[in-house]
Ligand binder design. Structure first.
Ligand SMILES: Nc1ncnc2c1ncn2[C@@H]1O[C@H](COP(=O)(O)OP(=O)(O)OP(=O)(O)O)[C@@H](O)[C@H]1O
Length: 594
């Protein structure tokens, strides 16, 4: 429940402190007096859109603060958010400043909070019903929200299921369409890769040095005759010269001479050693070249096969190289691309099957939602009719039309509120057939349907009585009073009958005052100021007379007294009804326990 409101430097308000009561709080005042400014302040505190034009002219900072009584749910929210209760209060404030840019800060019990947190609080603290909502209520989406809200937790949960199922079905449908578009390209790619794979598989590539090795072998095979002859020539030079001494013979001779010499001079021994090593190496080289010469042979078949393989590798490298190493890497890459494109991913058939399954699940979820909506629609129809009856609409017909449409994220139902205020006349869409006053009462009845049990603490009505008069206004007054017995109600009205039902009555006035003269040179200037007075009984009679008749004549005051008497009767009959219901319940409990 809203306990108090403090406003500083906002629109036409300098400073304002208001204390509210439980039950029905009524704000009255002439048109343009500033009633909506107060509601705007409450809206801003709880997350409404801030504009720099909202600040009091000449001021750069506004402070708005509302105190609410705590409820178990609010206590839980405070505990979850790590904010301490403040003397059993919840104090929400908003500071808006305009130094260069518009800045705004929300606080709860002095702790800075963000907009989402304020939005969570708002759901529990206030619900505003304004004239503009009549237009919104004509919209199909708003009517759907109303019906779903009325259906409660099970219906809202099912709607979430539908939203999830729809998102899944939409995703798979997009995937499927993309898959279909890509299919032609995919099949072409598979063909191309298959051809390349066959070619590369056949080439049997594994060693990146194969080409270099084969080129060397080619040289050897194509010069085998020369190599054989030259090997023999080298062997002779080193080892067995036909004519003259071979290198080995000459080194042997040098060795003998050096052996003799070193008998006389031991300094020659290292030289002897070098000659002996040279001799050993020459002998080894001779034996190796001899062996090599024996292996070299002319092999035209091998030469042909090397040439053919080299030709093949060159072609492969031209297509997939430039080097053999690149061609081998390309082979590995296309192997995995081919695997990706063929069968290892999802096939078109699999995707089509999954899409069909998701669609069936979506349809099932929608069907369940439709069934819950049908049930909720029946209940809402009878509840609305029940609530409209005392609002001087006892002959009204109301129906919630449900028409099947293709599934959407909100289900597969087109919802339309159908209404007829006049007996014998066909039901028409609410937005087309209800008059302004009928729409206001419909809004009020709808609010009443939602307002039983736990819910928001404060219901705010901004001129819900627009366009009505006489006994209809009285019916609205009675309904507002009934609502105020379960919730605190804050109501802006021009109707004396509604104002007469108030538990607390505030008069909003706009005055022009002289301000300034802070120094001798400063001129005084006119300023418009909104003031709010909490009326005592006497003041209240005067204000009621003012709004009833426009002047406080004796006649108007007599009318006001009759209104206050009528209000007393409404209170009394509500109290009697409540007592009767309570004793009925007590009796039932006694019977049950006996
Ligand atoms: N941000 C603002 N700055 C200055 N003046 C403003 C601002 N907002 C509203 N006003 C003025 O304050 C006055 C009160 O406006 P408000 O809408 O609160 O009146 P009201 O009492 O709700 O009137 P009605 O009964 O006609 O709806 C009007 O003269 C309006 O032009």
């Amino acid at each position: 429940m809203l306990l108090s409101l403090r406003i500083e430097n906002f629109a036409l308000i300098d400073t304002l402190d208001l204390t509210f009561t439980d039950g029905l709080n009524v704000l009255t005042g002439e048109t343009g007096a500033g009633k909506s400014i107060l509601l705007d302040a409450i809206d801003l505190i709880l997350g409404g859109k801030a504009l720099s034009s909202m600040l009091r002219t000449g001021e750069s900072r506004t402070l708005l603060e509302a105190s609410f009584s705590l409820t178990p749910n609010l206590n839980t929210w405070l505990a979850d958010t790590d904010i301490d209760p403040l003397d059993d209060l919840l104090v929400c404030s908003r500071e808006i400043s305009t130094q260069n840019t518009l800045r705004s800060r929300f606080r709860v019990n002095g702790v800075v909070v963000n907009k989402q947190q304020v939005a969570q609080l708002r759901e529990q603290l206030i619900e505003v019903t304004a004239q503009g909502q009549a237009v919104q209520l004509g919209r199909a989406d708003r009517q759907r929200q109303c019906l779903d809200g009325f259906g409660g937790e099970p219906l809202l949960k099912q709607r979430q299921q539908v939203t999830k199922a729809f998102a899944r079905w939409q995703n798979i449908t997009t995937e499927l369409n993309t898959f279909r578009q890509n299919e032609q390209q995919r099949l072409q790619n598979i063909d191309l890769l298959r051809y390349q794979l066959q070619e590369l598989d056949a080439a049997n590539l594994s060693d990146p040095n194969e080409q270099t090795n084969l080129e060397q072998e080619l040289q050897r095979l194509s010069h085998s005759v020369e190599l054989e002859q030259q090997s023999y020539q080298v062997y002779q030079l080193l080892y067995e010269q036909d004519q003259g001494d071979a290198c080995g013979d000459l080194l042997g001779q040098a060795e003998s001479v050096l052996i003799d010499m070193s008998q006389y001079d031991s300094q020659l021994e290292p030289i002897l050693e070098l000659v002996q090593q040279a001799l050993t190496q020459v002998q080894e080289a001779g034996s190796l070249i001899n062996a090599y010469g024996n292996t070299v042979e002319t092999d035209p078949e091998q030469l042909q096969s090397v040439e053919a393989r080299l030709m093949e590798l060159k072609q492969i490298c031209r297509k997939y190289g430039p080097s053999l190493e690149d061609a081998i890497a390309h082979h590995q890459t296309i192997q995995s691309q081919y695997a990706d494109l063929t069968g290892e991913g999802q096939s078109l058939e699999e995707l089509e099957q999954t899409a069909a399954e998701y669609k069936a699940k979506l349809q099932q979820a929608c069907a369940k939602l439709t069934a819950l909506r049908q049930k909720a629609a029946q209940q809402l129809e009878s509840r609305i009719l029940q609530e409209l009856k005392p609002l001087a609409l006892d002959k009204v017909q109301f129906q919630v039309g449900l028409q099947s449409i293709s599934p959407t994220q909100h289900g597969a139902d087109q919802i339309q509120f159908l209404f007829s205020a006049n007996p014998g006349e066909a039901l028409q869409p609410l937005s087309e057939s209800a008059s302004g006053g009928e729409m206001s009462r419909f809004l009020l009845a709808l609010k009443a349907c939602f307002s039983q049990g736990e819910g928001v603490g404060t219901l705010i009505f901004d001129e819900i009585d627009a366009g009505v008069s006489g006994h209809v206004a009285q019916a609205i007054a009675t309904k507002l009073y009934h609502l105020s017995q379960n919730h605190q109600v804050l109501c802006v009205t021009h109707q004396p009958m509604i104002a007469a039902m108030a538990d607390a009555h505030f008069q909003v006035q706009k005055q022009v005052v002289m301000q300034g003269a802070k120094s001798a040179r400063t001129k005084t200037a006119e300023r418009t100021v909104v003031q709010v007075t909490s009326l005592d009984d006497q003041q209240r009679r005067q204000e009621l007379a003012e709004i009833a008749g426009g002047q406080t004549t004796q006649q108007a005051l007599t009318f006001v007294d009759s209104l206050l008497q009528q209000a007393g009767q409404v209170r009394q009959s509500y109290a009697n009804g409540k007592t009767a219901t309570q004793s009925k319940k007590a009796k039932k409990r006694a019977v049950n326990s006996a």
